[in-house]
Ligand binder design. Structure first.
Ligand code: TXA
Ligand code: MG
Length: 345
């Protein structure tokens, strides 16, 4: 398939291009579009064969459900059974990087939800995503636009590496601002369960919801045969070709350890900006200042893609904290590292 690559710089002036993209979606085609979290691989949410095409393009098992993207939180009414808690969350965090799982209505085919009777709803804040959904007049089903097993793409170049030739169109809307996928919560009465941490933090959710629990799989390895709350949790997540080891401990000792490793091995290191001078040379990928979790979120997937292109035999990165946005970084890193953490005392 020939993929059209379209850059959107001015939505008003280039609306005809977005109309063209909406037409492709309406006819059952696939369009990759930018969101503020990561890029999405979009198809018509109400069309079973679009969902099948998405799974095929991504190489994803078809029991792993898709998020439906709406232009306005109240558009969820036609597709899901909402609740007052849904609207409280929507008022606080939508449009934005929050996905809410609700009981689904028949307007969404089971192929879109991987056979589940619930549907994940998100209202993205990115102006291109918003305009595209509005022009289509229907929700867009979209997983992250990476091939299954790769990090989510945060720019159009990364999308093209994975999706060129597999989709009708790639809309380039620049770098994804946040860089990590949306926070996912599942609602049950007046309680919420955090299934995937993102830029809407656990602490922020607690300001709006009285009872927020965190699913075990956010921080821990699933036990053999354990049934996860979200199908996505059971699949092997992105892991680089070389083993990734997460380091924790006193800063100076960690740097000593890394310098020793650098002299003995071909290693690639994801490091904080301020540690660059101490590590000198070698294959280094700065991810932001130690205290700047937003910069780290923004840079993480690019750094992992770059580190994976080196011939390093081992990768090192700092173990993120579990507070605030740190929990989202921790969740992605611990899975990429297959839970390998080295304490350096
Ligand atoms: O930021 C994001 O959420 C991006 C952008 C494109 O919106 N999308 C994204 O989609 O990350 P995806 O498919 O890569 O991850 C969605 C996760 C999957 O792990 C899936 O299993 C879970 O959400 N999920 C979707 N619907 C669900 C449902 N009804 N119940 C439980 N988990 C669900
Ligand atoms: Mg994904």
């Amino acid at each position: 398939m020939q993929t059209e690559h379209i850059k959107i710089q001015n939505i008003a002036a280039e609306e005809h291009l977005l109309r063209h993209a909406a037409d492709i979606l309406r006819r059952g085609g696939l369009v990759v579009f930018p969101t503020e979290t990561v890029y999405g691989l979009g198809g018509l949410a109400t069309n079973a064969s679009s969902a099948k095409a998405i799974y095929a393009a991504k190489g994803r098992p078809s029991d792993n459900p898709l998020i439906i993207h709406v232009a306005d939180p109240s558009d969820a009414e036609a597709y899901a059974h909402t609740s007052s808690l849904y609207y409280r969350l929507a008022k606080a965090f939508m449009p934005g990087p929050l996905t809410v799982i609700l009981p689904k209505k028949d307007t969404i085919p089971l192929s879109t939800t991987g056979g589940l009777d619930t549907v994940a709803v998100r209202c993205p804040a990115h102006p291109v995503a918003h305009r595209l959904i509005s022009l289509l007049g229907e929700p867009i089903a979209a997983p992250s636009a990476n091939l299954s097993g790769k990090p989510s793409p945060t720019n159009a170049q990364h999308v093209a590496q994975d999706m060129d030739g597999r989709v009708a169109m790639i809309l380039d809307g620049g770098e994804s601002e946040i860089g990590l996928e949306s926070t996912i919560v599942k609602l049950d009465g007046d309680t919420a369960t955090l299934l995937r941490p993102g830029a809407i933090t656990y602490e922020a959710l607690c300001m709006v919801v009285d009872h927020v629990s965190v699913a075990d799989a956010v921080t821990h390895r699933l036990a053999e045969n354990e049934r996860p709350l979200s199908p996505g949790m059971k699949y092997r997540h992105y892991a680089p070709t070389a083993p990734l080891v997460l380091l924790t401990g006193d800063r100076e000792r960690v740097l000593d350890f890394l310098r020793r490793e650098q002299s003995q091995k071909n290693c690639a290191i994801l490091c904080y900006d301020e540690d660059l001078p101490a590590l000198k040379g070698g294959t280094l990928f700065p991810i932001g200042a130690r205290e700047d979790l937003a910069a780290q979120a923004h840079n993480l997937f690019r750094a992992l893609r770059q580190a994976d292109l080196t011939d390093a035999e081992i990768l090192y990165a700092p173990l993120p904290p579990t507070e605030g946005l740190g929990l989202a970084l921790y969740n992605r890193m611990i899975r990429a590292a297959a839970h390998t953490v080295k304490h350096i005392d």
